[in-house]
Design a protein. Structure first.
Length: 280
């Protein structure tokens, strides 16, 4: 069923305008923080633990006599902390491929429903209508569970937010690999070669100074060799992630993981070779 949602093109009528709105927000450097770049992985999964934990705890306390005040407080904590968690989710969502965005819409609807139900539960409890508050709370918990299941599909089936370059060290055989004659590469221009089955980006910064990175962007596997080269960096053509050529570090855009970087050497016969650091 969730695979079918990912293929529902009719959802693009909503997803595309919403994506443009989120991408157009003047967030500046905060956008990178919301993506989770300082953490090295998406921030959204970490923040959702607070509202979900608060609401689940409130549900437990609803079965404990005399815990009405504590349950009401936990419901409120969940409603308030759901806002920053939602913002991180929307910022990530806007930089995902079409299938993930469609599934993400269903996830967002489920979570928005949960927030609305828990908001109503908080209001009912605050007016002393604890019975209604409990009913609304458990309805909200059901919506949260559905949203979590969809989020799991996004993360584990559709790999949203996962590091797409993580497998490179396992796919590259140890040792030095020939990339071609060093003289055939032009300064400042991107070239695509392969190391075994792994495509790599080769850039000559100056005569004799070569940079080699895994070509597939860690964010969504975009081809870095088709991106912009400048100021010692490469910009992914798909979603704008920026990586330093010298060490592969992600310095801009939605990518939260760096690119695997290869060390290089030029043989006496003029052949450029590359290997992963630490490989034999």
């Amino acid at each position: 069923m969730l695979d079918a949602v990912g293929g529902a093109e009719e959802l693009d009528a909503v997803a595309e305008p919403l994506r443009r709105v989120v991408q157009g927000l003047p967030l500046g450097r905060l956008r990178g923080v919301l993506h989770g770049r300082p953490l090295g992985h998406p921030l959204h999964p970490a923040l959702v633990q607070v509202p979900v934990g608060a609401w689940l705890s409130a549900g437990v306390l609803d079965f404990v006599p005399g815990s009405e005040r504590a349950a009401r407080l936990l419901v409120a904590v969940g409603v308030v902390t759901a806002a920053p968690a939602a913002w991180t989710g929307w910022v990530d969502w806007a930089e995902q491929p079409e299938r993930q965005r469609r599934t993400g819409l269903l996830h967002a609807v489920s979570i928005a429903t949960a927030i609305g139900l828990y908001g109503a539960s908080w209001a009912a409890r605050s007016r002393g209508r604890d019975g209604l508050g409990r009913v609304l709370g458990f309805a909200g918990l059901t919506a949260v569970g559905a949203g979590a299941a969809i989020g799991g599909h996004l993360a584990y089936r559709q790999a949203a937010g996962a590091n797409k370059a993580e497998a490179v060290p396992r796919l590259v055989e140890p040792g030095w690999h020939i990339l071609g004659r060093a003289a055939d590469f032009s300064v400042g221009e991107a070239a695509r070669r392969t190391v075994g089955e792994v495509p790599v980006l080769v850039v000559v910064e100056s005569q004799g100074v070569f940079h080699v990175l895994a070509d597939r962007c860690s964010h969504c596997s975009g081809p870095l060799s088709q991106g912009e080269i400048g100021d010692g960096r490469v910009k992914c053509p798909w979603h704008g992630s920026v990586f330093r050529l010298s060490d592969g570090w992600n310095v801009g855009g939605p990518a939260t993981a760096p690119q695997p970087r290869f060390t290089t050497r030029t043989d006496s016969d003029g052949m450029l070779r590359a290997r992963l650091p630490g490989a034999g």
